[in-house]
Structures are given as structure tokens and as C-alpha cells.
Design a protein around this ligand. Structure first.
Ligand SMILES: Nc1ncnc2c1ncn2[C@@H]1O[C@H](COP(=O)(O)OP(=O)(O)OP(=O)(O)O)[C@@H](O)[C@H]1O
Length: 313
């Protein structure tokens, strides 16, 4: 069997002597070339796990390996396997330019000057930062800073990429750039990517698989499609009709909230017949239809229901 890119075995982490377990017996195997979403509510233990993988924190018990190398016992080899962008950290130096940052991190990762230069040139060009390569990163927008941070993580062309909230705080265009880039790294370059996010679209578009952690434990580990389809069986609709003074008569299970202009009808619809029946009921009352949207659950709602009742494949 090929060596997994990431292998976490019974990992636990307690901050301080008597603190709670931030990570509580996490085991996870990620095969080479896949993109895994490492998801969970705030405080679930995602960042702590990633910091242990990145050698920035020591585990209380259990082990982690990157391409077979133990992150503590074979530290130098393990550290050469990955690049990381950590949440809430300054991953690059703001007083340096993007060019200086990339050369610095390239040299730190053991690249020769010529290799670092060639790689930095390629990364900055791909990310559309070449023209501004000599400007200080501190003056860049959040999206550009994030692009530089990702480029710095990729400078030594690592096989494994750890991304903690890679699109947090980015605008639509920067999010699209980062997502496209992650997709290219995975599909065209065969990188293994572990990412955390609270954005459902990022999971849907990028992740082959999703592991959900809650209170330091993995509660679900499934292919993305399988997991998301579990939450799409009961389709939730939001229908806006013109607001009227008289109450709206609705089939069982639907609620209507009247606003100034629209009345918003919400509820779960089991199949097309029920949806038609609802629309007919509204039409029968002479209520002009303004809009109809299928509302997808947020990741937070998915997490909440998983914590209450884990889904298994
Ligand atoms: N340096 C620290 N000292 C003490 N407790 C900590 C420390 N860092 C994190 N924790 C605690 O460990 C638990 C897990 O935190 P962690 O940051 O790993 O969660 P997370 O899943 O990444 O959350 P988020 O989605 O909010 O980033 C939380 O209860 C947090 O308060």
C-alpha cells in the first residue's frame, strides 16, 4: 500500500496541565493527491491539529506523519514535505516585498538562490503579483497578502499543502483566484491539500472528502458528495410573494412571515409535487410570486446536526 500523505493516529492535545482536550483522539488518513476538508465548528480543534502537523505544537499523545515521516522523530524530513498557511498568523513579513519574502522562505526551505528565483518568478506571475513584486506586503490588500502567503507556502514546491481558512476575509474576486489555484494544485500538480473553511462553496468546489471534527473528535469522514447529499434530502425552500394584509393559507409545515413588501414563505418540500401544490395554494389566493429559491444549509447548520447525530457512509 502506498504511504499516505497525512497519517494522524490517536492524536490528543491538552493546552496546559489541567486544560480541556482541544484535540481528543483524532485519527485521520489522507491519501496522496486528494483534497480533504477538515471542518468543524469554532473551537473544534482544527487549527490545533494543523499546528501539530506543522511542527508548531507538540501533541500530548498520539502521532502524526507526513509522507511517512514522523513530525517529531523525523522532524527535518517531515517539515520538508509541506507548506502551510495558518489562520490568524502573519505567514509572511509585511515589511518585506513579496519578492523578498519568497526568496527568504525559499532559502529557509533549503532552495539554492537560482531555484528560489525561478520559482518566485513563476508563482508571482501566476498570481498576478509580478508587477508589484517590489512593493511591501504590508501595503497590500488582504487578498493580495493571502496570495503572497500561499505563494510563500509553495515556494519549495511541497507535496502537501495545509491551508487554514485560505479564503477568510477575501472578496469575491480574490476568493475565486485562490479557489482556482487550489484546484489547479490538486488536479494538475497532484498535491495533497488539507484545508479548513467555514464556507460551503469552498468545500463543494474543492474537497474530495470531508472530515468533520467536533469537540476535538472526528465525528464524520465521508466523500463530499455523500455528506452533502445527506443534507439535501429535505429541500428547504424560500418563496416570496406580495405582502397582503390578510393571512396566507398554507399547507402544513410551512410558515409565512410578512414584511413591508414581501411575505416570505419557508418550509421543507419533499419532491416536485409538494412544491407545485404550494405554488398552486399561493396562486389560488391571488398572491403574485416574487421569487423562489432553494435554501442550502450553512456549514454551521450541518455541523450542528452532525454533532447531534453523526452521519456514516
Ligand atoms: N494557546 C491556547 N491555549 C489554550 N487553549 C487554546 C489555545 N489555542 C486554542 N485553544 C483552545 O483549544 C480548542 C480548540 O481550538 P482550535 O483553535 O484548534 O479550534 P478550531 O477548530 O481551529 O476553531 P476555529 O474554527 O474557531 O478556528 C478551543 O477550545 C480553544 O479555546
Amino acid at each position: 500500500m502506498p504511504v499516505p500523505a497525512i497519517e494522524i493516529t490517536n492524536l490528543a492535545k491538552r493546552y496546559g496541565e489541567a486544560g480541556p482536550l482541544a484535540v481528543n483522539d483524532v485519527s485521520l488518513t489522507v491519501e496522496s493527491g486528494s483534497v480533504i476538508g477538515f471542518l468543524g465548528p469554532n473551537g473544534a480543534g482544527k487549527t490545533t491539529t494543523i499546528k501539530i502537523l506543522a511542527g508548531l505544537l507538540s501533541a500530548t499523545s498520539g502521532s502524526a506523519r507526513l509522507n511517512g515521516f514522523h513530525v517529531v522523530d523525523q522532524r527535518a524530513n517531515a517539515m520538508a514535505q509541506f507548506g502551510a498557511v495558518l489562520e490568524g498568523s502573519r505567514n509572511v513579513y509585511w515589511t518585506l516585498s513579496s519578492w523578498q519574502n519568497l526568496i527568504y522562505f525559499g532559502r529557509l526551505k533549503g532552495l539554492r538562490k537560482s531555484a528560489a528565483t525561478a520559482r518566485a518568478e513563476r508563482l508571482l506571475t501566476e498570481l498576478d503579483l509580478w508587477e508589484r513584486r517590489h512593493q511591501k506586503v504590508g501595503g497590500f490588500s488582504r487578498g493580495m497578502q493571502q496570495k503572497v502567503a500561499i505563494a510563500a507556502a509553495l515556494i519549495a514546491d511541497p507535496a502537501i499543502i495545509l491551508l487554514d481558512e485560505p479564503t477568510l476575509g477575501l472578496d469575491v474576486a480574490a476568493t475565486r483566484t485562490v479557489k482556482n489555484w487550489i484546484r489547479t494544485l490538486a488536479r494538475d500538480e497532484g498535491k495533497t491539500i488539507l484545508l479548513t473553511t467555514h464556507q460551503l462553496d469552498v468545500v463543494e468546489e474543492l474537497c474530495d472528502r470531508v472530515a468533520v471534527v467536533s469537540s476535538g473528535r472526528v465525528v464524520t469522514d465521508l466523500p463530499t458528495g455523500t455528506l452533502l447529499s445527506q443534507f439535501r434530502q429535505h429541500d428547504h425552500y424560500e418563496i416570496r410573494v406580495e405582502a397582503r394584509a390578510e393571512p396566507v393559507a398554507l399547507p402544513d409545515g410551512f410558515t409565512a412571515v410578512r414584511g413591508d413588501e414581501d411575505t416570505v414563505v419557508t418550509g421543507h418540500v419533499q419532491g416536485g409535487d409538494e412544491l407545485y401544490a404550494l405554488i398552486e395554494a399561493l396562486r389560488g389566493q391571488g398572491l403574485p410570486l416574487r421569487s423562489l429559491v432553494q435554501v442550502q444549509p450553512s456549514l454551521e447548520e450541518v455541523f450542528l446536526s452532525l454533532v447531534e447525530e453523526p452521519v456514516h457512509g
